[in-house]
Unconditional design. Sequence first.
Length: 202
Amino acid sequence: MAERFRRRAADPLHWGSNPHPGFNGGCLHDLVRVHENYGIFNYHYCLPNFSEVITLRMLFMHCESFEYITTTPTRLAEPVDDRCKRCQVRDAMVVFATVEHMDECAIHEVAYRSCAEILSMINRIGKKVIVLFPFSHLSNDLADPKFANKVLDEIQNCLNRLGYTVYKAPFGWEKKFSLTCKGHPLAQALRVINHSNKRGLD
């Protein structure tokens, strides 16, 4: 069954020729089915063969507490409600995400693969709260800001639909933040969605 899901996700009808692939098509459905039936170690069974240029980077931290406050909007700032300008959570997985220039060829693939990676990480620690934090400091080759924000929005929407509580820090705002990170072996991890469908980790 997992092989059938993988083949469906790799079907070009879901990616290349569908005008709205990824989360509007069969791939999110496949991810949900794998999530429900196969547990935390099998998300990558349904992943298609992505372009060799996808290199999104995510720094994971399992935090006892995490808080951010927006300070100053930059020229790239997205409009946000006042209630989104500050966030404080406890016992959550914080994902510092950097979208790179070479990711721009495959928005849905990048977002889909990132969701699978986040699911794999967060379910190992058994939590349901995620903070998605735009973070431009993991690369010197950044994507166009509008594209990067769209990727992060897609990731948030996907995870919300899977039943997770996801807080996305406002894109394009200067922010101050504080955190207390846990000390177990899975509390910090770096994931690089890189070429040849391999995962980088540290």
